[in-house]
Write a protein that binds this ligand. Structure first.
Ligand code: ADP
Length: 492
């Protein structure tokens, strides 16, 4: 309550400065306008002198919507007759823009408060409006975007999902239930979904991908699932991690795709590669043996052409043998197919053997080795040897003759870490991300003349992952590269 003498003029000023307010008399059906605030005039593009004292519908005709329950005429009349306040959260109407002379859609949020002066009669209505056109349009645009996204997801047969990391609450689109072989409206928990994932894939693929997502923010895996009818499908799950304001992982969300058909194609292709490579091995072994016999019989000859031709033929046959072995290994990479034959061995000894072999083949590089102490691992000796050979042959291939290669091994936090550092061309950060993908090769002029298929590092990374180890690279263009792998130390 305001006490003391308070001039009416001050109330008038306060009213005129209040947001979006109009005071009309309760004299239905005229509803004479008593006062209007500055923002009300602004919102309605009107001038105070032109409206105050006039009937509301003289200046704001609502002939366009006489039957609309939200029309001003109906609302004002109802307020006067019932004495009740009426709110209209969203009121849509067209306004003539005086500049463009075109009608524009506007949205208001209105509130009509009855004011009784003494008796029960409604003497005035306080009509307050807020222009919410921008908010409504933004919401409409967001909805439209969402609809578009949904349409695109439907067209691609993509399912979408969201997992709350802390509560494990799981929500998803109907397509996800369908992919898992259930009716679209089935209610599935994250545990129900995980129970359908192939057990072999769950550990080393799904759990690994989950922890990788916690580290990198990106979630990606492809696994087999079994539907309730017993059929086997392949799914590809992709997602991103969203953090809360304290940078703690909050939500994992993404898409799911049924990749069974393309996976079947890939398996067929791999089977073909395996079969073709296998068939090629026998004639190639025979060619190699005959070439060796010929070399032994003919060289050194007096004919430099023969010496040269035999040397090149031997080189090419060796290159082809390497390729065929690579393809054979590649085709063995389907889940469960790459067999790890574990044995306990001294890693330093294996490294020394691999360095000796590489030095024999490429005597133009100086390879040094700093071994760590007592590095015993339980792993597939042949396959770890293959990873070492790949690191060494790449270090040789992608650096200049005469440059140094430094190999080291050491114990670090319960793991054995091996590094192969070269002084070669180096790799930029963008290429480093993709280096361990199948068939990935850096595209540059220098690399063009160096043969390769981009499968060595992919195979190496698969081998190391199957051993629960890690593989990575540190490099910069023209600064050389260091390739690393680490394996759990064998506890005797
Ligand atoms: P390949 O050597 O047969 O192409 P890899 O999978 O072994 O296949 O290597 C993939 C790519 O990574 C190579 O094509 C090369 O561009 C790059 N790369 C690998 N090792 C090195 C290295 N030590 N220095 C520079 N680039 C390398």
């Amino acid at each position: 309550m305001i006490t003391g003498s308070f001039p009416v003029a001050i109330f008038q000023t306060i009213f005129e400065k209040s947001p979006g307010s109009l005071l009309v008399q309760g004299d239905k059906p005229r509803f004479t306008i008593i006062a209007a605030s500055d923002t009300y005039l602004e919102i309605t593009s009107s001038i105070r002198e032109n409206i105050v004292g006039k009937g509301f519908f003289e200046v704001f005709p609502d002939d366009a919507t006489p039957n609309d329950d939200n029309s001003a005429r109906k609302v004002f009349t109802k307020v006067v007759e019932t004495g009740q306040k009426i709110d209209i959260p969203v009121y849509r109407f067209d306004v003539l823009n005086s500049n463009t002379k075109k009608y524009e859609v506007r949205y208001w949020s209105c509130c009509n408060t009855p004011i009784a002066c003494g008796g029960n009669e409604v003497a005035y209505i306080l009509n307050t409006v807020v222009d919410i056109t921008r908010e409504v349009k933004a919401k409409e645009a967001a909805l439209e975007n969402e609809n578009r996204l949904r349409l695109a997801a439907d067209a691609a047969a993509l399912g979408t999902w969201e997992l709350n990391i802390q509560s494990q609450a799981f929500s998803y689109s109907p397509r996800l239930a369908e992919i898992f072989g259930h009716p679209q409206d089935t209610s599935l928990s994250i545990l129900d979904v995980r129970a359908q994932i192939n057990r072999d894939d769950m550990g080393h693929i799904v759990i690994d991908a989950y922890f990788k997502a916690l580290r990198t923010g990106k979630y990606l895996y492809e696994v087999r699932i079994t539907r309730p009818d017993g059929s086997l499908r392949w799914i590809k799950v992709q997602g991103v991690l969203i953090y809360d304001e304290r940078k703690m992982p909050l939500i994992l969300l993404g898409t799911i795709l049924d990749t069974t058909e393309s996976k079947r194609d890939e398996i067929r292709k791999n089977d073909f590669i395996a079969m073709a490579s296998h068939e090629l091995k026998t004639p190639l072994t025979s060619i190699k043996a005959y070439l060796q016999l010929l070399s032994r019989k003919l060289t050194p000859s007096n004919d430099s052409f023969i010496d040269n031709a035999l040397q090149i033929a031997n080189l090419q046959v060796n290159r082809m043998t390497d390729l065929i072995h690579g393809f054979l290994d590649l085709s063995k990479l389907e889940p469960g197919k790459l067999k790890v034959d574990t044995q306990v061995f001294d890693l330093n000894k294996l490294i020394e053997e691999m360095i000796a072999e590489s030095t024999l083949i490429s005597p133009n590089h100086e390879i040094s080795f700093i071994p760590g102490k007592d590095l015993t691992v339980a792993a597939d000796r042949e396959k770890i040897g293959q990873v070492m050979t790949n690191f060494l042959s790449n270090a040789i291939k992608y650096s200049n003759k005469g440059s140094k290669i430094m190999v080291s091994s050491k114990l670090k936090a319960g793991n054995v870490e091996v590094a192969v550092a070269d002084e070669g061309f180096g790799i930029n950060a963008k290429d480093q991300e993709k280096l361990f993908q199948r068939f990935y090769r850096v595209e540059s002029l220098r690399m063009k003349n160096i043969s390769g298929f981009g499968i060595g590092l992919y195979l190496a990374s698969e081998i190391i992952q199957r051993h629960k180890g890690k593989i990575w690279v540190e490099s910069a263009e023209d600064m050389g590269s260091t390739f690393y792998f680490s394996l759990p130390l064998h506890n005797k």
